[in-house]
Design a protein around this ligand. Structure first.
Ligand SMILES: [Zn+2]
Length: 126
């Protein structure tokens, strides 16, 4: 069964094998000077999208911070996503994708902070 979203498909990007973040994803926790911000695509309190560059190796990452607004609870789940990119075409594709569509891209570093006391998660999804 085809749905309108199927034409977007799934995208496998190149693994950032030489980047410290690939081996030590915990580096994104807490204050970090790991990145330079090259470009800002979205800058909202609930949605931020940036193009980041690793200061150590030059790897580019499409970064998204997304807060799911749950008006009833007020304790909103938050998601941080880092997707390694190389080309302008990849960056354009990610700019056009919705927060949910980012899940079609691998590998990606995902940091989730769900609400209701669930444990945060930090994982490379590939
Ligand atoms: Zn790096």
């Amino acid at each position: 069964m085809a749905s309108p979203d199927d034409d977007l498909g799934f995208h496998v990007l190149k693994e950032p094998a030489d980047c410290i973040l690939w081996r030590e994803p915990g580096r994104i926790n807490g204050p970090t000077k790991l990145f330079d911000c090259l470009e800002t695509f979205e800058d909202d309190s609930h949605l931020k999208r940036l193009l980041l560059k690793c200061r150590e190796c030059g790897q580019l990452y499409f970064y998204e911070f997304y807060e799911w607004i749950d008006w009833e609870e007020g304790d909103d789940p938050q998601y941080w996503t880092y997707i390694p990119v190389e080309t302008a075409a990849e960056i354009e594709m990610l700019k056009e994708a919705s927060p949910f569509d980012l899940m079609r891209f691998t590998p990606r570093l995902q940091r989730d902070f769900p609400n209701r006391g669930k444990a945060p998660r930090l994982i490379w999804i590939r």
